[in-house]
Design a protein around this ligand. Structure first.
Ligand SMILES: Cc1cc2nc3c(=O)[nH]c(=O)nc-3n(C[C@H](O)[C@H](O)[C@H](O)COP(=O)(O)OP(=O)(O)OC[C@H]3O[C@@H](n4cnc5c(N)ncnc54)[C@H](O)[C@@H]3O)c2cc1C
Ligand code: SF4
Length: 551
């Protein structure tokens, strides 16, 4: 088999579908500020903005009542969010200065932690790398955090619309002036069915793109406006399970090594989530070389390791899911994350620090800064790029930029393999990021060639290990079977490329059928991995996808 270059088989971003130079329809709903995506970033931003507006009104500041909307594609809050999660509470504390840590929607404080290097049958405890210390942090379910933040936002008068995916940005000249939602009730062939509901247009003075990892609209806005970054954004895929367990887990666990091959960047986690629940997952960088690497299957194998088998013994799988993580760090941040009538926050901008495995508090903090910049812009009556650039300036003067700068080359050092990468990362930690200086250049994940390195064989037992269809069932996915495909498959997909997609997708959306690629769009759980390496993901009917409760 000759190497597969994923970018050769990928369609271009459908810019003409995602950015519409059209006037909003006559029935358009008028809002002042719209947040696209109800994750930690969007909800923290909406809360801060609603508070600032309320204080302004109470003090007779003259801004008047603000109409703030949050549009979320999931049917219910928290159902499309996935995280580890061990959370740094600092953004919660900043957003809710009157509350204590005990009031926040966390499961438990991190009291003990351990890092192991795994081989197939054994584990060796290694010193915790300085970037991975979690003392003072809390384990949590992101679905619960998002539901809690959503309640706080609604209590402040924010309109939270769930089941409303944004399909496109509405633009005029260089400015974003609103959004169009996805239609629902289409037949498989794209014609309107009996339950058809038209798209809705919403106008806004500022639209905040808080759509999370590999955001379609953020990618489109950057491309449309020619906004680039020194390195392309790169991604990892994380597959996660929540288990009910017989005995409480007494520590936060991270592992390196097996089951990932030595040329793959990544590792695993296992976090206690209260007395009878754990979160367990495996993350792998999407620049891996083996065309048959399958993160879902590797996670299943990992649970057979004595370290995890003991933790899960007598337990039961509660929920399963997957999502990508933006891993490019400082050098992959877009040169600007604000434009005329628009600001990008959270994972959509790439505010994730991979060496510490953290994104939630950066997402919230960036949402808070965006809200402050938008409030000031509305007060001045100027929502131009120049006015909204205050959001970037606040991020760049904050711990978000400082943290990402300190670890700027760490993930990138691993592009030449795990062992060399680990040695370089150690030196970077010792020198506070000064070694090797400069920027390690990186190619896009889709430009890394793949060769057939063989597949991992596993027959799921349905007790500890599960196949992809059982896993998708455990995500709560309730997508209509007759939905049209939202996945844009490239041309000339050979049997080998079909096989590559089948191994890549954790949800069994792609299958190799003889020499052909078969696609099962309803299985999709919006992890976005194939948007990075294969068929493009586009927004689809509201409420499709997973229904996570405790992710
Ligand atoms: C496997 C994994 C483990 C992680 N572990 C940790 C950890 O332990 N600690 C930590 O701090 N961080 C962790 N992170 C990172 C953290 O989860 C993210 O940084 C954080 O969730 C980002 O928040 P966000 O609001 O930007 O995006 P999200 O939480 O992804 O929220 C974005 C929202 O936008 C919605 N949306 C997307 N597109 C549209 C659209 N077109 N229309 C309407 N709605 C849309 C989505 O449905 C979603 O609800 C982890 C991430 C992963 C994937
Ligand atoms: S098809 Fe859906 S579930 Fe499969 S990799 Fe792509 S985004 Fe993820």
């Amino acid at each position: 088999m000759s190497p597969i270059l994923p970018s050769r088989h990928q369609q271009a971003l459908p810019l003409e579908k995602l950015v519409l130079d059209e006037a909003p329809g006559a029935e358009a709903i008028e809002m002042d500020v719209l947040f696209v995506g109800a994750g930690p970033a969007g909800l923290a931003g909406a809360i801060e903005l609603a508070r600032l507006a309320r204080a302004d009104q109470e003090s007779g500041g003259g801004l008047g009542e603000l109409n703030i909307g949050v549009l979320e594609k999931a049917a219910g809050l928290g159902e499309h969010n996935l995280s580890g999660a061990v959370v740094n509470p600092r953004a919660f504390r900043e957003l809710f200065p009157d509350l204590t840590d005990a009031d926040f929607p966390f499961r438990q404080r991190v009291d003990a932690e351990a890092v192991y290097f795994l081989t197939e049958g054994a584990s060796r405890r290694i010193p915790t790398p300085p970037t991975m210390h979690n003392s003072g942090n809390y384990s949590a379910s992101i679905s619960e955090m998002v539901r809690w933040l959503g309640e706080k936002a609604e209590a402040l008068g924010v309109n939270v619309f769930t089941g409303f995916p944004v399909d496109a940005l509405l633009v005029k000249d260089k400015a974003v002036c609103g959004v169009r939602t996805a239609p629902s009730g289409l037949n498989r062939d794209g014609t309107p069915g009996s339950d058809y509901a038209e798209p809705t247009d919403l106008t806004a003075r500022v639209t905040v793109l808080s759509e999370g990892t590999r955001g379609a609209l953020s990618q489109a806005w950057c491309e449309w406006q020619g906004v680039t970054s020194p390195n392309p954004q790169i991604f990892a895929l994380g597959v996660k399970e929540v288990w009910k367990v017989a005995r409480p887990l007494d520590r936060v666990i991270h592992t390196m090594g097996w089951p990932l091959p030595s040329d793959v960047f990544g590792g695993s986690w296992c976090y206690p989530q209260g007395p009878d629940q754990v979160s367990i997952g495996l993350v792998a960088g999407l620049d891996y070389g083996n065309a048959k690497l399958d993160v879902h299957t590797l996670l299943q194998c990992m649970k057979l390791h004595p370290l995890f088998r003991e933790i899960l013994a007598g337990g039961e799988l509660v929920e399963w899911g997957a999502k990508t993580i933006p891993e490019g760090g400082f050098h992959a941040l877009p040169s600007r994350r604000a434009g005329d009538g628009v600001v990008i926050v959270g994972d959509a901008a790439g505010y994730v620090d991979v060496p510490s495995l953290k994104g939630v508090h950066y997402a919230m903090q960036s949402g808070i800064y965006a809200a402050r910049a938008i409030f000031a812009a509305l007060k001045k009556g100027d929502t131009s790029a120049a006015a909204l650039a205050a959001s970037d300036r606040m991020v760049d003067a904050s711990y978000i930029r400082a943290d990402l700068y300190k670890t700027r080359n760490m993930r990138l050092a691993f592009k030449d393999g795990f062992l060399l990468g680990a040695a370089k990362a150690g030196l970077m930690t010792l020198t506070g990021g000064r070694f090797p200086g400069g920027r390690i250049p990186m190619h896009a994940d889709a430009d890394a060639p793949r060769t057939d390195g063989g597949e991992t064989a596993l027959v799921p037992d349905g007790v500890l290990t599960f196949g992809k269809l059982d896993a998708v069932f455990k995500s709560g996915n309730a997508t209509r079977d007759t939905i049209p495909s939202h996945l844009l498959v490239g041309r000339d997909i050979s049997a080998e490329v079909a096989d590559f997609y089948a191994h890549l997708c954790p949800a069994g959306v792609y299958e190799r059928d003889g020499e052909e690629l078969r696609v099962n769009p309803p299985n999709c759980i919006d992890c976005k991995a194939t948007d990075v390496l294969g068929p493009r993901w586009t927004p689809r009917e509201g409420g499709s996808g997973p229904r996570y409760r405790v992710m």
